[in-house]
Write a protein that binds this ligand. Sequence first.
Ligand SMILES: C[S@@+](CC[C@H](N)C(=O)[O-])C[C@H]1O[C@@H](n2cnc3c(N)ncnc32)[C@H](O)[C@@H]1O
Length: 438
Amino acid sequence: MKLTLVATCMFGLEKLLGEEIDALGLSRLDTMDGRVTFEGTEADIPRANIALRCAERVFVHLGEFPARSFAELFDGTKSLPWEEWVGRLDAFPVKGHSIKSGLTSLPDCQSIVKKAVVERLREKYGISWFEESGVKYQIEFFIFKDVAHLMIDTSGVALHKRGYRPEAGAAPLRETLAAALVYTARPREDILFWDPFCGSGTIAIEAAMLVSGRAPGLGRSFAGEDFANIPGTLWDNAREEATARIRTDCKFEVYASDIDEDILDITYENALRAGVEEYINIFQADARKIKKEDRKGTVVCNPPYGERMGEREEIERLYQQLGGSFKALYPWQIYVLTSCDRFDRLYGQRADKIKKLYNGMLPCYLYEYFKPAEARDEKGRTAKEIFDRKPDRRPETHPDRGSDRYPADRNRKPDFGNRDRKPYGPRADRPYPPKKKD
Ligand SMILES: C[S@@+](CC[C@H](N)C(=O)[O-])C[C@H]1O[C@@H](n2cnc3c(N)ncnc32)[C@H](O)[C@@H]1O
């Protein structure tokens, strides 16, 4: 049956999620903040749940209608074919949210939607009492600009929970956001991929999963597996399709390092659970001292923010120090995700691109560096020294800073670092795989 499906995501990931949907051969219908609507069949529900790296959930969209009043919400909900999905014994809890709409009381909307579905099913099944002891069909309403969208959640546990990270560090990155950073950095087998602030290893693991073709949902189950409309064979087929895409000849290499030796056991355990430990070289290192190897490389990281870990001054000093060590990695590309809206100033180099993203509810910026750091200007000043002095005629690239300007990146010279130094590698005193703790 032709269905309308909705994949939700964190704000800022809609474009990448849309591209993932295209890659599954499905047609997009609409994109709005935090959700992409597309066409599919029952067979595409398992495919989307298993394969989408940036999605939080996949819903079946039952219908939409104007809902400026509770009466409209009730009538519109009641008009939808709930009996096509929900059986007479099944459970159908309701939740949802409302944005830029007249109906603002969520508990009231929730109980109206519930009553309308009960009313519809009562008429269809000829019963007045619903046991709700069977399969759970989580109903979700989303009211946006006075239009209600009614959906059934097919994912259950949110899709960022891949199953490989029961344990995480103090400030772990959501897996879906890590996947988005990885997509942005376009990892390739011939390029070393390095997260020097790896924590529990999320970015490194998502990179290894992407390049080795391992679907994010292969290690978990989904609410839709119990749905009568989605037979088990469809889930089996989708898992087979995803398994067939895993590459056994992959030569991708990832470095995952952190200053905190203790977190690295968790990194390893997570990589093991994700089935990608063979690609990831885990070792202890201070990111301020990492050295470029004599090969192409990309750094993607999420250093401490200051909001959640460490003190602000200390974090700012760290960002300044990274301005020395990371710039020496050129021509490697550098991607840094932080909530600090002046990271580039502290780092001392204007980013080539800045993307606004959200880590949970926290607004963040992905600072992307592809070009050489400017060395010194004609007066011998560093980027840091000339920051804020000269107006820049180029348009501001920071999404949240409209008015101020940066110094122009004139007289840039590539900084190839010290080629005589030995390549940095895993520490000999940290055996790989790491020894388990008692
Ligand atoms: C925000 S957390 C990274 C979270 C990680 N992306 C994850 O998903 O678990 C920052 C990490 O940076 C590490 N760190 C702090 N200072 C460091 C330094 N100078 N060098 C390397 N790692 C450092 C911390 O130990 C912490 O694990």
